[in-house]
Design a protein around this ligand. Structure first.
Ligand code: NAP
Length: 237
């Protein structure tokens, strides 16, 4: 059984205590608790430790282990869409929680990553997670990249495009992590310019699939999860 609870900022400790006391198998953790969860688990995976963010907790016989499945979620989504990563040049827009997880994962998977963010200091810190082939750049780098990932919140709620549209075009692949709305202004502009557009639902589903596997030890029903996520998002205004 998987149940959603709304937990106020600052109340996460009480939930973690409850998980221990009741022997609950695990937790999916979302904003604003991802950073706080690092201090509330007993162990962190290297990824979660480096990112300073936990989105999945596994209760291993009383030991709470904090994982971060967001980056693997993107890699799995790209693999399932046949999008190559190793040796490709990615521009990642943003340096917040989502950006940090995908920068680290893309770097691990052998991509060259250029981080572009409004706040330069945050861009430097995020780029440090992507390994030796990762650097900080500017919007001008988009035209030299084969892949563009929007990991900013621009486009949430249906407003705004985070880049000048004249920088979009084939053979670029544009991936928007924003999934509400599913078809963002950036993705529409990318398609209109002839670029391939990939929405954020794939990453959302695959990070959940990875968590499902960590909790249960069995393969996740990815197709059913994808259909359920898309049906649920279609009903959101
Ligand atoms: P966050 O930590 O708040 O980071 C937001 C990022 O967006 C920061 O880099 C911020 O720049 C940038 N930004 C915000 N407004 C901007 C603007 N007007 N112009 C330029 N940059 C702007 O948020 P997050 O958790 O990383 O989430 C970002 C997006 O990814 C959200 O839409 C979220 O829903 C989505 N997401 C999707 C998945 C998925 O599975 N598909 C998973 C996680 C998150 P500064 O650093 O300069 O403030």
């Amino acid at each position: 059984m998987f149940v959603a609870f709304r937990v106020a900022a600052g109340d996460a400790r009480r939930v973690f205590d409850g998980v221990r006391a009741a022997g609950i198998g695990g937790l999916a953790v979302t904003m604003p608790h991802k950073a706080a969860a690092c201090a509330l688990v007993d162990e962190l995976t290297p990824e979660a430790d480096a990112l300073g963010a936990v989105n999945c907790v596994v209760n291993r016989e009383g030991t709470l282990v904090g994982h971060n499945t967001d980056g693997d979620g993107l890699l799995r989504a790209l693999a399932s869409d046949g999008v190559g990563v190793a040796g490709e040049r990615f521009v990642v827009l943003g340096a917040g929680g989502a950006a940090r997880s995908v920068i680290a994962a893309l770097g691990r998977a052998g991509a060259e990553v250029i981080v572009v963010n409004r706040s330069a200091e945050k861009a430097e810190a995020a780029a440090a997670l992507g390994g030796p082939q990762c650097s900080v750049g500017s919007l001008d780098d988009i035209e030299k990249a084969s892949r563009l990932v929007n990991a900013t919140s621009v486009g949430m709620g249906g407003d705004g495009i985070p880049v000048p549209v004249e920088m979009l075009g084939p053979p670029q692949i544009v991936i928007d992590l924003v999934y509400h709305p599913v078809d963002t202004p950036l993705l529409r502009a990318a398609r209109e310019c002839g670029a391939r557009a990939i929405d954020g639902v794939g990453m959302l589903v695959h990070q959940g699939a990875r968590a499902f596997e960590l909790w249960t030890g069995v393969d996740a029903p990815v197709e059913a999860m994808n259909a359920a996520a898309r049906a649920a998002l279609a009903t959101r205004s």
